[in-house]
Write a new protein. Structure first.
Length: 188
């Protein structure tokens, strides 16, 4: 578990990474005062909101990078490379709020009948990854709560996020993983 203080450190690190990149086109290094736990490899997503609306969200679902490094890279990517949005400008920095999701390692949900997925996941606790062939999509745990989805709607929307049909979760060739997230939000 990441402490609230460590979560605040990550939020400040994300904001500093975006600010420095927008002003100087430079990627910052992991600060020397980074708490040891934030050097562990973890999945991470950085979400940028503006007036309560999504403005960017990028991250890594697998624990492939030290947490602090992942935050720096995901923050810059969410601000400048999310294909759904125009890149942020320096003048946008006062308008945005940052959210960091620190993920647990994704776990494959094993079922014999796809209908069992509905009982195997818990909305507002589990995020999902749907994978079939070259297609892969992820929804963070907080998304279902924000949209008021039940388990089946979460499954369908994660399939859609992967670029697949909404009922692909009923296909035994589709792999579904669950994970949880610790969420830290910047004060608005």
């Amino acid at each position: 578990m990441i402490s609230n203080r460590e979560g605040e450190f990550l939020i400040e690190l994300a904001r500093q990474a975006i600010d420095t990149f927008l002003k100087e086109n430079k990627i910052i290094s992991i600060p020397p005062d980074t708490p040891e736990k934030l050097l562990d490899k973890r999945g991470i997503f950085v979400t940028i909101n503006e007036k309560g609306n999504l403005r960017g969200c990028i991250g890594y679902c697998d624990p492939i990078k030290p947490l602090a490094q992942g935050v720096i890279e995901a923050a810059i990517s969410a601000a400048t490379a999310d294909p759904r949005f125009d890149p942020l400008k320096e003048s946008d920095m006062d308008k945005i709020q940052l959210e960091i999701s620190v993920l647990t390692k994704p776990q494959l949900i094993e079922v014999t009948n796809p209908q069992e997925y509905i009982d195997a996941i818990e909305v507002n606790k589990d995020g999902l990854i749907v994978e079939k062939g070259f297609y892969k999509g992820l929804l963070l745990p907080q998304v279902a709560e924000e949209w008021g989805w039940d388990e089946e709607e979460l499954l369908c929307n994660t399939c859609m996020k992967a670029g697949l049909s909404t009922d692909c979760w009923l296909d035994l060739e589709t792999k579904i993983y669950r994970f949880q997230a610790q969420i830290f939000q910047e004060n608005s």
